[in-house]
Each structure stands twice: as structure tokens, then as C-alpha cells.
Design a protein around this ligand. Structure first.
Ligand SMILES: NC(=O)c1ccc[n+]([C@@H]2O[C@H](COP(=O)([O-])OP(=O)(O)OC[C@H]3O[C@@H](n4cnc5c(N)ncnc54)[C@H](OP(=O)(O)O)[C@@H]3O)[C@@H](O)[C@H]2O)c1
Length: 340
């Protein structure tokens, strides 16, 4: 292969919110797979808060990205050369690869074969029908256990995960209330996605706004933000309420581990529970979830918007939008079309 491999590397570890100066674009030779490996052409990059975690030195479920290494990322990729049984060239896959045009990875980092579904764009396999939709599906339905008529509050509601959570709550006959950081995004939630109410947490008194938007209290709080939003929502939790700990994006750029939720005794007072999860906990049931999500899309019960920019060099600035909130729906970077 004569093509070069364009890459975006970790130049230095971010202090606080990352900047584009923490990244460096470069070119390298395209790798050659060895036994058990495949060479991937990366088609789309999934831009996720988890990447910020891997950029720090903190130990996590995966080791930190090394300085000078390409940024690790979920991808939608096509196999162009294979030395791994069962993974033929031409197959489109979800993978854990990197911000580069080509990646050599072990077949253990391939997270499933992707077959396109008529009427649904390929990129959706990395958003609603990929990790984002699966996180919303299992976090809400398995951890939150919403019942018809209950109130479901969602933080980061206009983001990739949150925009799907509220719509699944509506499918299940719940009242869906979203928190987000602009009036424009509030309008998108209520006017296009079917949320019953939306609150701009940046411009309102959240305690009072929750009282108005959740008159019967909160039965399920699907939280991706943590911090003060979590503390305030806990006060309105109903008896036997459930707090789904999906993420804590308000804490992700903090150098020091923050103090726990100071309002946690609400859980005692309400006989409530707070439970975390990772989407991987449900890996054996992804097909079942994808079938439901695809059906809801086709029936018009789930609407979505993927925020896609083109070109590898755009990836750092797109990642920063997770923290500024300047986006709606799932962030993706398109690198190439699939070969047919
Ligand atoms: N448990 C799992 O397995 C799992 C898997 C995937 C993702 N997650 C978590 O799911 C959450 C959402 O991920 P996503 O990829 O869909 O991201 P996203 O919601 O599309 O983007 C993050 C959003 O969070 C809001 N935000 C950022 N900083 C904030 C702050 N300091 N306070 C309040 N809101 C803030 C911004 O929207 P506003 O304009 O509304 O502020 C931003 O758009 C993250 O916490 C992520 O870690 C968990």
C-alpha cells in the first residue's frame, strides 16, 4: 500500500479543559497486520467524553494514551487486510482504534460486524445504533427501570446519549424532562424530540425550575453531569426513585477528585437507589437493543441528529465541543466512504 497514514497524536496531557495545542497532526507509514490482527481503514470516529479520561494519567479500565501515541477512539472502520480468522477484508466493523486514517488492531478490539439497514445512514451505526444509543437504552431501561406514568429527568439532554434517553422514556409512557445549556437546545428537545419540558440550567434557578417541570417529583434521574446538578436533582427524588449514574462530565476536567454528592442522604430519606453502569455490562444483548432502536427510528418514535464534521484534522476541535456544549446530538468525524 502506497498511501500514508495521517494521524492525530497526544502531544501533551491536558490541564483542565483540553485545548487544540494538546494534539499534534502527523503522518506515518501504514502498518502491516500480523497473525490475529487486521488493518482497518477508519471511516468515522466517535467523539466521546471517555477520550478525555484516556488523555489523563489516571488509571482507568484502559491504560492512559501515551504521549506521542495516536488518540484512542471508537471507530466505524472497514477491514482492508486481515490476518484474523472470521474477519474478512471488506467487512465493516465497530472497533476500538485511533484518530488515524489506518489502524492495525488485534481482532479482540473489533466490537462487531456492521450490516447496513435500509433507510438508515451508515454513520448511525456509531451513534443511535452504536455505543451512544446502547448506553441510553440499557442505562434507562435496565438501570433506571422506568414505569409508565413516571417522571424521567435527563441531564446533558441535548447530547448524544441524552437526546435518545428522553425519547425512549416517551416510548415507555413516561414524562420526560431535559436539562441543557441553551434556550435553542431546550426548544429542540421539546419541539422536535418530544420532551415534555426542558430547563436551561445555566439561566434558571434549577431548584425552582425542577419543582415546576416535575410537579410529581422525579422517579428516574438519568445523570451524565454530576456535581451541583446531581445534588439539586436529588432533593426532588421520589420515594423509591432511581438515579442512573451514566457519567459526570462536569467533573471530567478537574485535576482533583471532587467531594462526593453532598446531598446523598436523600437516598436514605427516599429509600432510593443510585446505580452506575457501563454499556459493556450488556454486550451480550446489543442485538436485541439495536433491533428495538432501529424499529423506533423507522416508526418515527426516535429522531436524532448526528453532528458530523469531515477530516481528521477537525477531530480535536470537535472533541472540545463536548465541554463547551456547542453541539446537538452525537459528535462524529467522517474520514472516508466505505469501498463497495
Ligand atoms: N456509562 C457508560 O457506559 C457511558 C458510555 C458512553 C457515554 N457515557 C457518558 O454519557 C455522557 C454523555 O456522553 P455523550 O457522548 O452523549 O456527550 P454529549 O452529551 O453529547 O456531550 C456532553 C454535553 O454535556 C454538557 N456539559 C458539558 N460540560 C458540562 C458541565 N460542566 N455541566 C453541565 N453540563 C455539561 C454539554 O451540553 P449542555 O449544553 O447541555 O451543557 C455537552 O454538550 C457523558 O457523561 C459520558 O461520559 C457513559
Amino acid at each position: 500500500m502506497t498511501e500514508v497514514n495521517r494521524q492525530v497524536l497526544l502531544r501533551k496531557r491536558p490541564v483542565g479543559v483540553p485545548t487544540v495545542g494538546d494534539f499534534e497532526a502527523t503522518e506515518a507509514a501504514v502498518g502491516v497486520p500480523e497473525a490475529g490482527e487486521v488493518l482497518l481503514k477508519n471511516l468515522y470516529l466517535s467523539i466521546d467524553p471517555a477520550i478525555r479520561g484516556w488523555m489523563s494519567e489516571a488509571k482507568s479500565y484502559l491504560p492512559p494514551i501515551g504521549i506521542g501515541e495516536p488518540i484512542r477512539s471508537g471507530t466505524l472502520s472497514q477491514i482492508v487486510d486481515s490476518k484474523a480468522d472470521g474477519w474478512p477484508a471488506g467487512q465493516i466493523v465497530q472497533a476500538l482504534a485511533a484518530w488515524e486514517s489506518y489502524s492495525v488492531v488485534s481482532s479482540r478490539l473489533l466490537h462487531g460486524k456492521v450490516t447496513s439497514i435500509e433507510g438508515i445512514p451508515l454513520s448511525t451505526m456509531l451513534s443511535v445504533l452504536g455505543g451512544t444509543g446502547l448506553t441510553a437504552y440499557f442505562g434507562l431501561l435496565e438501570v433506571g427501570d422506568p414505569q409508565e406514568g413516571e417522571t424521567v429527568l435527563v441531564s446533558a439532554a441535548a447530547g448524544g446519549v441524552g437526546s435518545i434517553v428522553g425519547q425512549i422514556a416517551k416510548v415507555k409512557g413516561c414524562r420526560a424532562v431535559g436539562l441543557t445549556g441553551s434556550d435553542e437546545k431546550c426548544a429542540w428537545l421539546t419541539e422536535e424530540l418530544g420532551y415534555d419540558a426542558a430547563i436551561n440550567y445555566k439561566t434558571t434557578n434549577l431548584r425552582l425550575a425542577l419543582k415546576e417541570a416535575c410537579p410529581s417529583g422525579i422517579d428516574v434521574f438519568f445523570d451524565s453531569v454530576g456535581g451541583e446538578i446531581l445534588n439539586t436533582a436529588l432533593s426532588r427524588l421520589n420515594r423509591h426513585g432511581r438515579v442512573v449514574v451514566c457519567g459526570a462530565i462536569s467533573q471530567i476536567n478537574e485535576a482533583k477528585r471532587p467531594p462526593g454528592p453532598s446531598n446523598y442522604l436523600q437516598l436514605l430519606a427516599k429509600s432510593a437507589r443510585m446505580e452506575g453502569f457501563t454499556t459493556l455490562d450488556f454486550a451480550s444483548r446489543y442485538d436485541e437493543a439495536r433491533a428495538d432502536l432501529a424499529r423506533w427510528i423507522n416508526e418515527g418514535q426516535i429522531r436524532y441528529r448526528d453532528d458530523i464534521v469531515e477530516g481528521l484534522d477537525e477531530a480535536p476541535a470537535h472533541l472540545l465541543r463536548l465541554f463547551s456544549g456547542e453541539h446537538r446530538g452525537k459528535l462524529l468525524v467522517k474520514l472516508a466512504d466505505a469501498e463497495v
